[in-house]
Design a protein around this ligand. Structure first.
Ligand SMILES: [Zn+2]
Length: 238
């Protein structure tokens, strides 16, 4: 293949990638994997689904479009399982969200389910970044100051198990659905979530600067090397 053909080939590949990354997910571009699920590539994560859940893929994409970029960071995969799992609508394991029989729910419940699971994923990601501890200690202080519960479900976890991760996931979902309403009712939680988003952003900004510095160091090293090589060949000083 000569160089011109190669360049045309690369250009066509770039154009093809661009069309797949459009807002609407191209279902046709999906491939079937060995488990019988179809895999659909989203921005930074993938969605696995079967023909039954085909419609839910674009819905999930729309529901997640309201998320700040930071909250999407920890998501690796979303699996739409067509089977029921008792009364369980969704589970988060490490960086994967499993949704069960998602089609049975109305749109507002579907939205709540996925945003609640995103709350867990973001919580796990913040723990790995050391912005949260496993016990959600600082967050539990905000909950105590608010002196109320978001749902009966998360109340049980706090009262019976002293676990705040469910309240945190509910808080993230409610906050994303209606920020003003949430802030009025859960002032301390809202401030805590907003501070977490800011801290998360700040850490990523610092990491980016560090990364750029490393790249600059490498470029400086490369420039010095070229300079030395030119000098060695006696071409002159640069
Ligand atoms: Zn949960």
């Amino acid at each position: 293949m000569n160089i011109v053909k190669m360049l045309i080939f690369i250009l066509v590949l770039i154009l093809m990638c661009g069309s797949v990354k459009a807002n609407e997910i191209s279902v046709e571009s999906s491939v079937q994997n060995e488990l019988g699920f179809f895999l659909c590539l989203e921005d930074g994560f993938s969605i696995k689904y079967t023909a039954v859940n085909k419609k839910s893929v674009n819905k999930i994409s729309k529901y997640l479009s309201i998320l700040p970029a930071e909250m999407k960071k920890g998501i690796e995969e979303i699996v739409l399982n067509p089977e029921k799992n008792g009364n369980v609508a969704g589970i988060t394991k490490n960086e994967v969200i499993y949704l069960y029989d998602y089609e049975q729910y109305d749109a507002s419940t579907q939205k709540y389910i996925i945003l609640h699971e995103v709350g867990h994923i973001w919580g796990n990601h913040l723990i790995s970044m050391k912005l949260l501890d496993y016990e959600y200690t600082d967050y539990s202080e905000a909950v105590k100051k608010d002196n109320n519960y978001i749902t009966e479900y998360s109340r049980k976890y706090i009262v019976n198990k002293q676990r705040y991760s469910e309240d945190f996931a509910d808080a993230v979902a409610e906050y994303l659905l209606n920020k003003d309403k949430f802030t009025k009712k859960y002032e301390n939680r809202a401030k805590y979530i907003e501070d977490l988003v800011k801290s998360h952003k700040e850490i990523e900004r610092k990491e980016f600067i560090e990364c750029m510095k490393e790249k600059c160091k490498f470029l400086e090293y490369l420039a010095n090397r070229i300079c030395q090589m030119v000098k060695m060949k006696g071409i002159g000083n640069l």
